[in-house]
Design a protein around this ligand. Structure first.
Ligand SMILES: [Zn+2]
Length: 316
């Protein structure tokens, strides 16, 4: 059944070789060649095998087998803007929005429950469609001259007819990381989280910063811990609305913690055994793990189970 193949319960991610991050593992060929070929794109739209992702105010619908619902193209509303998500085999797959449709509203607990249960590729296809359509809704006007823009490149960009500027779907990089010290991982919690949950620290990259610099800055700002030797583990698109989560592990110079109370309610060091118990949802675990579709879960799994940073693990 669908739940057994949930987006966070799969095996290893082929390109990153750690537990499959949520919203990755899509099976569509993004078919960039069709974005530059008006005739080929028109043929794809007219292809009887073409399908439209069913979305209602950015919420997906699932069929009786727990799969995303794809509609025939006659379901595309009059005047809609189409985005070519890609090809499933040879079948074109689209998403659509009306030019005046509002941007996505707050994400709901029901949506997250659905995303935790559906297949990895379905979560990935939904995430791409949501993030792309939401970007169109939030970027209707040219950031250069203020004129109304029009979609181009099969829905992967917007073009300004006034000044000629081209705008492309936005991605906002976020670093998410654990510091490790003497075989323990630094995790924090925010007041808004479910009781008992601890997770990796995170923050947006700033202009003019490398990933490694952002990791070091965020850990020091939020927890007062200085780190070096930042190592990249894996990444994840996070479609609320357009983040790219970049998961890293860093070595802490010491274990004294000074939290920034504006960011965190608490931060603590946890052993690998504690992290393993939390990931296993052991009722005796000292904290609650982040949900399986969050890359923090992937990051903690990699650290706990695959010996990331094992050079600092005490000899057993
Ligand atoms: Zn312009």
């Amino acid at each position: 059944m669908a739940a057994a193949a949930g987006s966070g319960e799969g095996g290893l991610c082929r390109p990153c070789q750690v537990k499959q991050p949520g919203f990755t593992g899509g099976t569509l060929d993004r078919a960039d060649r069709l974005r530059h070929d008006a005739d080929a794109l028109a043929a794809a739209i007219a292809d009887p095998r073409a399908r439209l992702l069913k979305l209602t105010a950015f919420e997906p619908e699932l069929d009786g087998e727990g799969r995303l619902v794809w509609l025939p193209m006659d379901a595309v509303p009059q005047g809609a803007e189409l985005a070519l998500l890609g090809l499933e085999g040879e079948e074109p797959r689209f998403a659509a929005r009306l030019p005046d449709d509002p941007a996505a509203g707050p994400r709901t607990p029901e949506l997250f429950a659905m995303l935790a249960a559906i297949r990895a590729e379905d979560a990935a296809h939904y995430a791409a469609a949501r993030s792309l359509l939401d970007w169109h809704a939030r970027h209707r006007f040219c950031a250069n001259c203020g004129s109304m823009t029009q979609p181009f490149r099969a829905g992967w960009g917007r073009h300004c007819g006034q000044c000629g500027a081209e705008h492309f779907g936005r991605v906002d990089p976020v670093v998410i990381m654990i510091a490790e010290h003497d075989g323990r991982a630094l995790l924090g919690r925010q007041p808004s989280w479910p009781a008992g949950r601890y997770s990796a620290l995170a923050g947006f990259l700033e202009v003019g910063e490398s990933i490694e610099e952002a990791v070091a800055r965020e850990i020091e700002e939020e927890a007062g811990v200085r780190v070096d030797n930042v190592r990249y583990i894996a990444s994840q698109p996070w479609p609320f609305p357009s983040s790219l989560m970049i998961a890293c592990v860093a070595q802490a110079e010491g274990d004294a913690i000074t939290i920034d109370a504006h960011e965190l309610e608490d931060a603590r060091w946890f052993t690998r055994d504690a992290v393993r118990a939390a990931l296993a949802k052991d009722p005796d675990a000292p904290f609650g793990a982040p949900p399986s579709y969050a890359i923090a879960h992937t990051l903690l799994s990699a650290w706990a189970e695959e010996g990331v940073g094992a050079e600092s693990e005490p000899v057993a």
